[in-house]
Design a protein around this ligand. Structure first.
Ligand code: F6P
Length: 319
């Protein structure tokens, strides 16, 4: 009989609950025991652990956030914190811990793996910044959230003939900006992976003005530049009234899309299969649409490539 621990860590993402449901029910279906670890690695260190049953995950498939809650624990990253977490995992005699989260959470799982605790990563972050998998759980829902916001901003912007700088999350990865920019019909995208030129962006706005465009959307990844400074410069260069919308946490909440629920269900079920087969230290994901797994360390070291095709397409379609 297998005993599996499950935790969510780092920034929450829509679809984490669908992954938790899949893991809990797949474990029980296969005759195992499943233990929910609350507040991510913090809860592992502190022993905030509770056995779950089929009903623990009833009515959560459509909810954003994570019922297991999450944290970014600095203490877990210390030698002492890691030791405490390893001890708790040993006391519970877990055959594997399935971690739902992004890059930082994966690195936490790797630290545990190096101390002999078998770990598994379900990639889940709105950033889509893990190179080994096509998509992370939560990303597509966040794209929908941003596109919904862009569409609303276009309505008001078009009524006034304005330009808008719309700041989205993503830190070191521009995927959220690129995909939502493409789906939202943005004129320009500013992302961490590419240099940007405000003179060029201003020319694009003016070209739009000349051909009668009523709104001009510039999608900016957070951290690349100050949205207000960028808007000021575009306005000075073009004479077009330029407003800023920082979308913030709205992007991360809300009901997960079907895509994310299906991805979460598939990845969760595969993770449980891997625990039952005695494997350990694996990252689960998809490559070219097919479910796959790979060594955790290798997965975390896989470079994330910019989707240059999508980036260039936004530019081409904005003429
Ligand atoms: O990692 C996901 C993410 O949403 C980033 O895009 C963002 O920069 C960060 O989390 C915000 O994190 P926090 O919830 O700690 O403010």
């Amino acid at each position: 009989m297998k005993k599996i621990g499950i935790l969510s860590s780092g920034g929450d993402a829509p679809g984490m609950n669908a992954a938790i449901r899949s893991i809990v029910r797949s474990t029980i279906y296969n005759g195992g025991e499943i233990y929910g670890i609350y507040d991510g690695y913090k809860g592992l260190m502190e022993g905030a652990i509770e056995e779950m049953n089929v009903s623990s995950v009833a009515d959560i498939i459509h909810r954003g956030g994570t019922i297991l809650r999450t944290s970014r624990s600095k203490e877990f990253m210390t030698e002492d914190g890691l030791k405490r977490a390893v001890n708790v995992a040993k006391v519970y005699d877990l055959d594997g811990i399935i971690v739902i989260g992004g890059d930082g959470s994966g690195r936490g799982a790797l630290s545990l793996a190096k101390e002999g605790i078998k770990t598994f990563l379900i990639p889940s972050t709105i950033d889509n910044d893990l190179g080994y998998t096509d998509y992370t759980v939560g990303f597509m829902t966040a794209v929908e959230n941003v596109v919904d916001a862009i569409s609303k901003i276009r309505d008001t912007s078009g009524s006034h003939g304005r330009a808008n700088v719309i700041e989205v999350m993503g830190r070191r990865c521009g995927d959220l900006a690129i995909y939502s920019g493409l789906a939202g019909g943005a004129e320009s995208i500013i992302i961490p992976e590419m240099p940007y030129d405000l003179a060029q962006i201003s020319k694009t706005v003016l070209r739009g003005v000349r051909r009668g465009k009523k709104h001009h959307i510039i999608v900016l990844s957070e951290g690349v530049g100050n949205a207000y400074d960028i808007a000021k410069e575009v306005q000075e260069n073009t004479g077009v009234d330029t407003k800023v919308s920082v979308l913030g946490y709205i992007q991360r909440g809300g009901t997960p899309s079907s895509f994310d629920r299906i991805l979460a269900a598939n990845l969760g079920a595969r993770a449980v299969e891997l625990v039952f087969s005695g494997r350990g230290n694996m990252a689960i994901g998809t490559k070219d649409g097919a479910i796959m797994e790979m060594d955790l360390e290798e997965a975390l070291n896989t470079k994330k490539d910019l989707d240059g095709e999508v980036y260039n397409l936004v530019e081409r379609l904005s003429i």
